[in-house]
Design a protein around this ligand. Structure first.
Ligand code: AMP
Length: 208
């Protein structure tokens, strides 16, 4: 099964993709994680992507699509996958349709006010990419998977967050209609207080 997780930045896509990926036993591919990997490794793509990411803008379609296509050609992605953070523009969605058959699109719907709150408290592991929120029960400043000290992503700083939300509404939200018309959209309403466990349960129910 090939799934897309669609939602504003900070909607919980990454957290839910990881949980559902474990449940379905299929890998998750996050274009944001891949791009951050390129930046860490100092590749040419990373150099080009960094200025866009740090400013809260999208990385140009052609760069992201070719990076994804290359990754999908590897053998570990042949038995289903979850796309987290891709597509983010209509052009990406139209191109994706030419090389991958998508079964369902899980749209995590979160009010803008909740997004600002979520991103302010988001902490990530710089080593393994795990994501946490300072409000979670048992939150600690160190990664529970690998022990590294958690950080706040550069693009989660308040000045960038508002720009990312406006980019989402302008460039990514039109995908909601695009996938509704294809009959693939499943909308999960996530209110501010919904725990990750509760949201995962709603997604599992919708997929069963
Ligand atoms: P994320 O970790 O998914 O929030 O992505 C972080 C940043 O990486 C985004 O704000 C974009 O600048 C960039 N990015 C990730 N995925 C895409 C994509 N599909 N298209 C364009 N830019 C992307």
């Amino acid at each position: 099964m090939n799934l897309i997780f669609l939602g504003a930045p900070g909607s919980g896509k990454g957290t839910q993709a990881a949980r559902i990926s474990e449940w379905l036993n299929i890998p998750t591919l996050s274009t944001g994680d891949m791009l951050r990997g390129h930046i860490r490794q100092g590749t040419e793509l990373g150099r080009q992507a960094k200025e866009h990411i740090d400013a809260g803008r999208l990385v140009p379609d052609e760069l992201v699509v070719s990076m994804l296509k290359e990754r999908l050609a590897l053998p570990d992605m042949q038995n289903g996958l979850i796309l987290d953070g891709f597509p983010r523009t209509l052009q990406q969605a139209e191109e994706l349709d030419t090389f991958l058959q998508i079964d369902h699109v899980i749209h995590l719907e979160v009010p803008d006010e909740a997004i600002v709150w979520r991103m302010a408290g988001r902490r990530v592991c710089p080593d393994c990419g795990a994501t946490y929120h300072t409000s979670w029960t048992g939150f600690s400043e160190n990664c529970q998977k690998c022990g590294a000290k958690l950080i706040t992503r550069n693009d989660d700083k308040p000045e960038t967050v508002l720009n990312r939300i406006s980019v989402y509404h302008k460039q990514t939200a039109p995908l909601i209609d695009f996938y509704k018309k294809q009959g693939k959209l499943v909308t999960i309403e996530c209110d501010a207080k919904g725990t990750p466990e509760h949201i995962s349960a709603l997604i599992k129910k919708a997929l069963q």
